[in-house]
Design a protein around this ligand. Structure first.
Ligand SMILES: *Cc1c(COP(=O)(O)O)cnc(C)c1O
Length: 457
């Protein structure tokens, strides 16, 4: 099997005949049953909206088990997983080292609400290997980390307004559930019911990759802007890779105006490398936030900055922030075990090389067939875009109509045993446990799906 696959993929992928036609839908009987029940308990049957498969075909799959790069649903279907719990699972599902450390820690109890040595241990792993933070505070989610970072920036600068970018996601706190209005530089409009208009007016929203908009925003609001917040590499609404020159410009304009730059690295932190996007760009954000990978699959977030800025957090300073389960020992243990693996020499090099080869192989095929399809990728993050643009760097450049094509692709891939996040705006992740064999299998399925999507082009 491997040899024949190798042969197929060693040459010019563009020549490969792969069109086998649509496959019959997999059985989702058990998932359907569970989903019906779930709908009686939870709004939309889920505890986080994107899980509800609203943008793709069929009922959501209820997952029973994960191991390495595989997941199994309640009907026993097996998938190669590229969602990875939306990013945290860089070592794949249920890695032995993480599981064992968690079980060992749990023998001593699961929460104390008092300091433990494990918090020091995880903090030391991070601070010693990441020049962007001198002091940190653990939270229990990415949302909390970002919300707290914003409060810190406001408390530190004694200013109220923040600036965010259209197409960046920063969790679901009130200040950040805002989108652009019409115009280049706008007060945010709430993107959720329940967010007071007056809150949204404290958030300015501008497009990514637009130096004019930034300049204009600073001209208009300069001594009111506490912080600019950006995803290190925006990866929650497509993968909108920014040019280094833009990041440099952003950094400079913040510095010149006494505005703090927050890199929200909840998705890119420990993903692009141990120092995340800040390391990737060699940038110097004033505050960074992490989550996802940090907790090894358990709920952990954190924010960090220089000791001077972090000195404003209570009990040292006047910015209040707390958490009953913050620094939870079991979650700390999972983080320690996972980050220890990431620090091993060559970890990122190998992972990123594997992911690059995967992405480029798919791209070669699509290009050879002149499909309007691009695989944007950085590190082990990839995004499938149905476009003929060479770059997509702001939200407005994503064509909503292209999502219909993703929908077809998603179904074809599920039917071929490949699990992607259920929305064309979501990125995929390659983990350390995706071996060449699975990546070749997945690639083959993706090429077949592309032929089907573009059958009637
Ligand atoms: C996932 C994510 C968040 C929110 O984290 P939660 O743990 O879901 O609250 C915030 N910012 C970015 C960049 C994210 O990717």
């Amino acid at each position: 099997m491997l040899e024949s696959l190798k042969k197929m993929f060693s040459g010019n992928e563009g020549d490969m005949p792969v069109n086998t036609g649509s496959k019959p839908d997999i059985s989702r009987e058990k998932s359907k049953e569970l989903y019906e029940k779930a709908k009686t308990y939870f709004p939309g049957g889920v505890n986080s909206p994107v899980r509800a498969f609203k943008s793709v075909y069929g009922t959501p799959l209820f997952i029973q088990k994960g191991d390495g790069c595989f997941v199994w649903d309640a009907d026993g279907n097996q998938f190669i997983d590229f969602c990875g719990s939306w990013g945290p699972l860089i070592l794949g599902h249920n890695p032995t080292k993480v599981r064992e450390k968690v079980i060992e820690t749990m023998q001593n109890g699961m929460s104390f609400g008092a300091p433990t040595a494990l918090e020091n241990e995880l903090a030391e792993l991070i601070i010693k290997n990441n020049k962007h933070v001198e002091k940190i505070r653990f939270t229990s989610s990415g949302t909390e980390a970002v919300m707290s970072a914003i409060r810190l920036a406001r408390g530190y600068t004694k200013r109220d307004k923040i600036l965010k970018f259209e197409g960046c996601y920063h969790g679901h706190s009130d200040s950040l559930l805002v989108k652009a209005g019409s115009g280049l530089v706008t007060f945010g409009e709430t993107s959720s019911l329940g967010v007071p208009k007056s809150f949204a007016e404290e958030t300015i929203v501008i497009p990514l990759n637009d130096t004019d908009a930034l300049t204009q925003a600073f001209a208009q609001f300069k001594d009111q802007l506490a912080a600019v917040i950006i995803e290190g590499i925006p990866a929650n609404n497509g993968l909108l890779i920014q040019d280094p020159a833009y990041i440099e410009f952003l950094q400079k304009i913040c510095k010149d105006n006494g505005t703090l730059l927050i890199f929200d690295e909840v998705i890119t932190g420990f993903r692009l490398g141990f120092e995340g996007a800040a390391g990737y760009y060699n940038a110097k954000p004033d505050i960074v936030t992490y989550g996802k990978i940090l907790g090894g699959g358990l709920p952990v977030g954190m924010y960090g900055a220089s000791a001077e800025i972090m000195g404003h957090i209570s009990p040292d300073g006047g910015v209040y922030q707390a958490g009953t389960l913050s620094g939870n020992p079991v979650a700390m243990a999972a983080g320690i075990a996972q980050l220890t693996e990431l620090l091993k020499s060559g970890f990122y090099k190998e992972l990123n090389a594997k992911a690059t080869e995967f992405a480029e192989g798919i791209q070669r095929f699509a290009t050879a067939r002149s499909y309007k399809f691009k695989v944007f990728h950085v590190g082990s993050i990839f995004w499938f875009a149905f476009t003929d643009k060479d770059k997509i760097q702001c939200a407005e450049d994503i064509d909503p109509a292209s999502m219909e094509k993703f929908k077809i692709m998603h179904r074809e891939l599920l039917n071929r045993g490949i699990y992607l996040g259920p929305s064309g705006y979501e990125v995929g992740f390659v983990s350390a446990t995706h071996t060449k064999i699975e990546l070749e299998k997945a690639k083959r399925a993706i090429l077949e799906a592309l032929d089907i999507v573009f059958r009637n082009k």
